[in-house]
Design a binder for this molecule. Sequence first.
Ligand code: AMP
Ligand code: MG
Length: 422
Amino acid sequence: MAQLSDDCFAFGGALLGVDAALALIRERVVPVVEAETAPLAAASGRILARDLVAGFDVPPHPNSAVDGFAVTHADLLPDRETVLPVTGRAAAGHPLGQAMRRGEAVRIFTGAPMPDGADTVMMQEDCVFEDGRVRLKPGIKLGANRRHAGEDVVKGSVALPAGRRLKPADLGLAAALGCDTLPVFRPLRAALLSTGDEVCEPGTILAAGKIYDANRAMLAALLHGLGVVVDDLGIRPDRAAALADTLAAASEEHDLIVTSGGVSTGEEDHVRAAIEKLGRLDFWRLAIKPGRPVALGQIKAGQVRGVPLIGLPGNPVAAALTFAILARPLILRLAGAAMAPPLTFPVQAGFAYRKKAGRREYLRASLVRDGAAVTAQKYPKDGAGILSSIVQSDGFVILDESVTGLTPGDTVDFLPFSEVFA
Ligand code: AMP
Ligand code: MG
């Protein structure tokens, strides 16, 4: 297992921009998981531990893309029908077994290897077959309907790069290359807990002044979506000593601890104190809105196996956003995955907005299609506790640090929730 450096989350400034935060993660965080072998059927969503290099071409042999007749293009008359004797048959899995001679045609079916000597396939719909001979229309291009060996994957090339989260088509490609297992990183094991004396378990009766825990269900699902094995440690009261005990115990058996709440600067914010007691705390004040300070730290820092802790803010929207922007790439990095930035695309703003320069804002918005244009409509309420704003929106409109305002029709970047909340 790799070790995080003692000060991997440390940074010097007071306010950290999103890009600088991501650069710190990329530079300082290392994968902490070992490679193992997974059967292909269990590899979906896992992270590939080594490049998959093609041992042979895919497809392995040139073959026909259609049902029809394989011919040598040079035998075809350019301006009128050609008639050729059909001297053999090649079907998928049943090659002709010999070379095709000049002046002959071979009956061929989709997926059948091209006979040696044949370079073009005429679709059966464009031919007339009678009395052992085929009549072929003029005008077909050299190489039509022929698939080349290696046109999908060339022998020796990297078919799937290490660090990739395996998707269904990746498994198909690995299978096409003959793999029945793949080297993958073992999943991260994370402990997840909520903090707050007011926070109660759903399914229990709500006493005066209490609220149900919205964050844990959401964060558990987000972690599962990243392939993390989640150990649910429930809700912990706002007591520094008890929290410290919980975190110390959690660090024994997990690669990562994720908490929500208790990381602000108030008297009842005890996660910070607990981390400081147990290891090292680096407090990241991100220059983003919504979102408050995020605690990043290590329990048992400096020991052989320091366990990183991500303390997310308590407000559910802030927790979701900081998970998407910060925790997600951090977790992917710890888990050995490549940190590809999520895909954003330009849309038209359907609203006016004023903003302070110097921080990045993420506005929850829905997409409305209007002819060829796609317009983003901002959710009317901005509060960091209004989870409906995410439920009822499609993604974030991202306003960069330099932006100070928007007028309707401006082009803005849109980050779909499907990129970060899947
Ligand atoms: P905190 O970060 O602990 O100061 O909490 C900020 C706000 O988020 C407060 O209004 C909390 O009541 C609320 N909050 C904290 N944790 C949760 C949670 N698990 N579910 C819903 N709301 C929460
Ligand atoms: Mg709290």
